[in-house]
Design a protein. Structure first.
Ligand code: 48F
Length: 256
C-alpha cells in the first residue's frame, strides 16, 4: 500500500508536468485575475498552466481587508460572480459584499474543474526570449529561491504568458531589465504603481490589461503597476474582469 500511494502521486504529478511542458497559456500568479484568466482559457479548450509561488493560490483575495474576510464587488462584475457560482449580498446600489474565503475557493475550484493545471509552490524567475518575443517561462521551486540555493530551473514553452503577479509586476520587470526592450507603456518601462484611488484604479485596470510586449500580457494589479496607475484596495470587480479580458485577448490572438 505504501508503494501504491507514492507511485500514484509521482506518476500523476509527472503526467501533469509533462503535459504542461508546452502550453497555450502560462499564467504567472494565482491571484483573482490569474485564476479567472485560467478558467476562461481552459473553458475554451486551451492548454493552460498557472504557477503560484505560495502553497495556496488565491493571492490577495483570501484576507479581505485587514483580515476582515469580506470583499466588495461592483455590479459590473456580477456576471462573473454568477459564472463562478459565487454567493453575494447586496450592500448598496451596485455594490455587493462577498465572503472572501468562499469567493477565492470558488475561483480555484472552477479554474481547475475547467481543466487549468495549477502548479503551486513554484516560482517564475525568468522568461524564454526568442526572436524578440516572450516564448515561455523559466520555472523553479519556490523554496529553492527562498533558501537562496543555486539550482538551475526548468523551462515551459508558451504561446502566451500572463504576468498576474500583482503589485510587483515581476515578469514585466524581468523582461524589461534583462532584454533592453521597450514595453507598451508611456515610458517604455514599468512605470510603477501609484497610491490608492479606487474609482480611477478600477477603470484603468481594465484599460491596462493588454499585451505589454509580444507574447507577454498583464492582468490585475500588475496591469496597473506596469502602466503607472493607482491601487484600489479590497474591491475586486476589476480584478475579475481583467482576468476575463486577458483570456479574451489571448484566445483571439491564438485563433489567428
Ligand atoms: O496580488 P494578487 O492577488 O494578484 P491580482 O490578480 O489581484 C490583486 C488583488 O489581490 C489585490 C488588489 C485588488 O483589489 O489590490 O492585491 O493582481 O496575486 C498575485 C499572486 O502572484 C504570486 C503571488 O504569490 C500571489 O499569490 N506571484 C508573484 N510573483 C510570482 C508569483 C512569481 N514570480 N512566480 C509565481 N507566483
Amino acid at each position: 500500500m505504501e508503494q501504491i500511494v507514492s507511485t500514484g502521486i509521482i506518476d500523476s504529478y509527472f503526467k501533469k508536468l509533462k503535459e504542461s511542458l508546452s502550453v497555450d497559456a502560462a499564467i504567472v500568479g494565482g491571484g483573482p485575475s490569474g485564476l479567472v484568466a485560467a478558467y476562461f482559457l481552459a473553458k475554451k479548450g486551451l492548454n493552460v498552466a498557472l504557477y503560484e509561488r505560495k502553497l495556496a493560490p488565491g493571492g490577495g483575495m483570501w484576507g479581505g481587508a485587514m483580515m476582515f474576510n469580506e470583499i466588495v464587488v461592483q455590479g459590473e462584475a456580477l456576471h462573473l460572480l454568477d459564472e463562478f457560482k459565487i454567493k453575494y449580498n447586496k450592500y448598496k446600489d451596485n455594490y455587493y459584499t462577498i465572503d472572501s474565503v468562499h469567493a477565492t475557493s470558488a475561483l480555484i475550484y472552477e479554474a481547475t474543474k475547467a481543466g487549468a493545471k495549477i502548479f503551486n509552490c513554484t516560482s517564475i524567475e525568468d522568461v524564454v526570449f526568442h526572436d524578440g518575443k516572450v516564448s515561455g517561462i523559466v520555472v523553479n521551486w519556490a523554496p529553492v529561491h527562498r533558501e537562496g540555493m543555486h539550482v538551475d530551473p526548468l523551462v515551459v514553452m508558451a504561446k502566451a504568458v500572463v504576468d498576474g503577479t500583482g503589485h510587483d509586476c515581476e515578469v514585466a520587470r524581468t523582461v524589461e531589465r534583462k532584454n533592453n526592450v521597450r514595453l507598451n507603456t508611456e515610458t517604455g518601462k514599468v512605470v510603477g504603481e501609484r497610491s490608492l484611488s479606487v474609482e480611477e484604479a478600477e477603470r484603468t485596470t481594465i484599460e491596462n490589461t493588454i499585451e505589454i510586449f509580444p507574447g507577454l500580457y498583464v492582468s490585475g494589479m500588475a496591469a496597473n503597476g506596469v502602466s503607472g496607475s493607482y491601487r484600489m484596495g479590497p474591491i475586486f470587480g476589476s480584478m475579475l474582469r481583467s482576468g476575463e479580458k486577458v483570456a479574451g485577448l489571448i484566445a483571439e490572438e491564438l485563433k489567428t
